[in-house]
Design a protein around this ligand. Structure first.
Ligand code: NAP
Length: 333
């Protein structure tokens, strides 16, 4: 195990930084997500290497949630250990985010959007990571049974009490989002960011959310940009034994259908014409839109991380390339 990490002095040389909506905060174009591969069930040294390599290349944003693991909570614990070992000197150079909304602990107060749950959860997250504050605290999902005012007032309280610097929302529809933004603005804690699933294979946010966020000066971070690995070369020749699909943890072998594989192969071919891996083309395709503040990738190795960061060498698409990609995505629908 490496000791006393010193960050690369050239770490800000190549990363691109994008302003988050109309806020003062800049995000790296590529962020790192700790949903998978950072729990107690995973290899600690690999996790530590990935985080060090990311930071060495200007990735300043690390995305967590209370329930990341497995087991739930363990990604925050592992990250807390790595922070303590390696990053204490760099805390002010990092954006660390967490969320609450999904099932976290037993009983009626361990999920959704009540003030009771959100405030207890942020306190637990801070303890697990050994932090005084997170940079962004998110409501992880809209709660249809709790008044939205209560959820937003809890976010406002968390920010005003110094436990988070900014508030964000995730997985809210355009209508829910507009209501949340209006409440937060009235409370004096404007929403910084919306975290949404967005990839070539899931374009739901193009149906109004992207425009609405831009109109409101709110940024957007895209999660699962590689469709959990399907928009990479991972599954071109079957299901590798160390892949997410083989663990059947959210992504299942049956999700990778023969029809989808035809598209993945065709996209892979287009990517190679561009001199990119499919993962790079899928990431670049998201970053070509100025409304996308950052793309949060998940990785299981430093090699994948490096491959994804290399995307920034080419995020330009010709009209012809876009047309060909659209044709593949729309084929067989
Ligand atoms: N707000 C929410 O509700 C929500 C939901 C989901 C995710 N997120 C956030 O978004 C982050 C990313 O989501 P995700 O993990 O689903 O993202 P993803 O980037 O779509 O998929 C990550 C997986 O793709 C494979 N991969 C990544 N780079 C690769 C490369 N260059 N070549 C080949 N394979 C590659 C790896 O699979 P293998 O593991 O098989 O190697 C990796 O685990 C999460 O960590 C989390 O922070 C948020």
């Amino acid at each position: 195990m490496k000791n006393n990490y010193t960050a690369d002095s050239n770490r800000y040389g190549t990363m691109r930084y994008n302003r988050c909506g109309k806020s003062g905060l800049l995000f790296p174009a590529i962020s790192l997500g700790l949903w998978h591969n950072f729990g107690h069930a995973d290899n600690f040294n690999t996790a530590r290497d990935i985080i060090q390599s990311a930071f060495n290349q200007g990735v300043t944003h690390f995305d967590l949630a209370n329930n990341y693991g497995p087991p739930a909570g363990s990604a925050e614990e592992v990250f807390g250990v790595i922070l303590k070992k390696d990053f204490l000197a760099y805390r002010d150079e990092m954006i660390i985010t967490t969320k609450a909304g999904y099932d976290m602990w037993d009983g009626p107060y361990g999920e959704w959007g009540s003030r009771k749950y959100l405030i207890a959860s942020v306190n637990q997250s801070l303890k697990r990571m050994g932090l005084e504050y997170v940079d962004i605290f998110y409501s992880h999902r809209f709660d249809p049974k709790t008044p939205l005012e209560e959820t937003m007032m809890a976010l406002d309280h968390i920010v005003k009490s110094g436990k988070a610097l900014y508030a964000g929302i995730s997985n809210y529809t355009p209508d829910q989002t507009q209501r949340a933004l209006d409440i937060l603005r009235q409370l004096g804690t404007p929403c910084l960011i919306h975290q949404s699933r967005y990839s070539m294979f899931d374009r739901t946010v193009e149906n109004g959310l992207l425009d609405m966020l831009e109109d409101n000066g709110v940024g957007i971070v895209a999660f699962s940009p590689l469709a959990q690995g399907m928009l990479t070369d991972r599954y071109l020749h079957g299901i590798p034994s160390d892949s997410r699909a083989s663990k059947a943890h959210f992504l299942r072998p049956e999700n990778i259908t023969p029809e989808l594989l035809i598209k993945i192969n065709a996209l892979n071919e287009l990517a190679s014409y561009r001199g990119q891996s499919l993962a790079q083309m899928a990431t670049a395709w998201l970053l070509k839109d100025h409304r996308v503040t950052s793309v949060i990738v998940g990785v299981s190795s430093v090699k994948q991380l490096n491959d994804n960061i290399y995307t920034l060498k080419n995020t330009f698409f010709s009209a012809e390339e876009i047309e060909k990609i659209e044709a593949v995505l729309n084929s067989g629908n």
